[in-house]
Design a protein around this ligand. Structure first.
Ligand code: NAD
Ligand code: DAU
Length: 335
């Protein structure tokens, strides 16, 4: 099977490529990635020389690039490519509209013209907005995005739906909760906490730290996507979640505890504007219809993740120098 992965040099995409190459000896993967600040070929060094893997540098919002790549003929497109960080979308939403909305439209159109058999679009639980103290989002919950990032992802989901309804393009949308694991860019909470703690730097917590997220180990997400490619039904949406809800404050204390670092590193900073209070996903559909099961406990996943950052200092230290420093100081200048 020939699979085009977009955004494969990012966190989840690189984990997904490694996951499927090792499990499907008959799959050939082409990775189309623009290599933005979040794209990192160091995350794919171990698969670089695999004869079933090819990297192409390019922008999913560029029709000519997409057309040229799709001429090679693909059975499946897995669209991870996106601007993915909420805080950056608050600073400047333009690249989010360009990549997440326009880029998805260009890919959908390309998939339609080139007869792709499955378009798997990787969306997020953030499209549903924020919950109060009760309840969970199902696939039928309304789209009520609150950040420019979430709004751009919701717009892309609507385009995916429209291409299925209007043209019969076989599209599946997945909406996953917060991922963590190896190769995650250290602007996101968990790798930020781990790497700052390793450097004995302060750990910024937005607002009162009582916002709740549902954390899933990235390999469990990849496994769910693999299953959906093989057994998912076109036109459907599948929630994917870790069934592991914690406040940010509890999470940070837990990580510091495992790492043997003091709680005094915690620093409360101004809240994220429009900060969603709580996400929680009802995953009955994927569990009942596709028999998907979580395999990694939160404790095990966190221990593996901390160990990975300990053993791969050169990966994150390279990122945490240069341009990253400017972004970091701009974000946390209020501390
Ligand atoms: P990431 O920011 O780590 O990686 C994004 C990748 O996309 C990078 O390699 C980047 O270079 C590439 N990219 C960006 N713009 C591009 C463009 N115009 N053309 C081609 N490539 C481009 O993101 P991630 O955390 O791996 O997330 C991947 C996908 O999963 C995103 O669509 C995101 O919305 C979704 N998602 C993420 C999470 C999470 O917790 N990280 C949870 C649910 C859904
Ligand atoms: O829910 C899925 C989403 O999870 C994905 O769609 C996004 O691509 C991904 O970035 C992630 O979004 P979040 O905004 O939830 O993740 P982030 O790691 O940025 O923040 C997690 C929580 O921690 C959130 O409530 C904000 C808070 N936070 C974050 C950072 C970076 C802090 O308190 N301090 C921080 O320094």
């Amino acid at each position: 099977m020939k699979v085009l992965v977009t955004g494969g040099a990012g966190f989840i995409g690189s984990n997904f490529i490694r996951y499927v190459l090792s499990r499907h000896p008959d799959w050939e993967i082409t990775n189309l990635d623009k290599l933005t600040y979040a794209g990192n070929l160091d995350s794919l060094r171990d698969v670089d020389s695999c004869p079933r893997y090819l990297f192409v540098k390019g922008d999913i919002a560029n029709r000519k690039v997409v057309d040229k790549v799709l001429k090679q003929g693909f059975d499946v497109i897995v669209n991870f490519a996106a601007e993915s960080h909420v805080d950056r979308s608050i600073i400047d939403s333009s690249p989010f509209i360009k990549t997440n909305v326009q880029g998805t439209q260009v890919l959908l159109e390309g998939a339609r013209q080139h007869g792709v058999k499955l378009f798997l679009h990787i969306s997020t639980d953030e499209v549903y907005g924020s919950l109060g103290t009760e309840g969970k989002f199902t696939e039928e919950s309304p789209l009520l995005p609150n950040s420019p990032y979430a709004a751009s992802k919701a717009a892309a989901d609507c385009l995916c739906r429209a291409y299925y309804r209007t043209y019969g393009l076989p599209v599946i949308i997945t909406r996953c909760s917060n991922n963590y694991g190896p190769f995650q860019f250290p602007e996101k909470l968990i790798p930020l906490v781990i790497t700052n703690a390793l450097e004995d730097k302060s750990i910024p917590i937005y607002g009162n730290g009582l916002n709740v997220r549902d954390w899933i180990y990235v390999a469990d997400h990849c496994q769910a996507l693999d299953l959906i490619i093989q057994q998912g039904k076109p036109g459907e949406i599948y929630n994917i979640g870790g069934n592991n809800n914690t406040t940010n404050l509890e999470l940070v204390k837990y990580i510091l505890n495992i790492m043997g670092k003091p709680r005094s590193l915690i620093t409360f900073v101004s809240d994220r504007p429009g900060h969603d209070r709580r996400y929680a996903l009802d995953t009955t559909k994927i569990r009942q219809q596709l028999h998907w099961k979580l395999t990694t406990s939160f404790e095990e996943g966190l221990r593996r993740t901390i160990q990975w950052y300990l053993e791969n200092e050169s990966w994150w230290r390279k990122i945490k120098s240069g341009e990253y420093i400017k972004y970091y100081h701009r974000m946390y200048s209020q501390t």
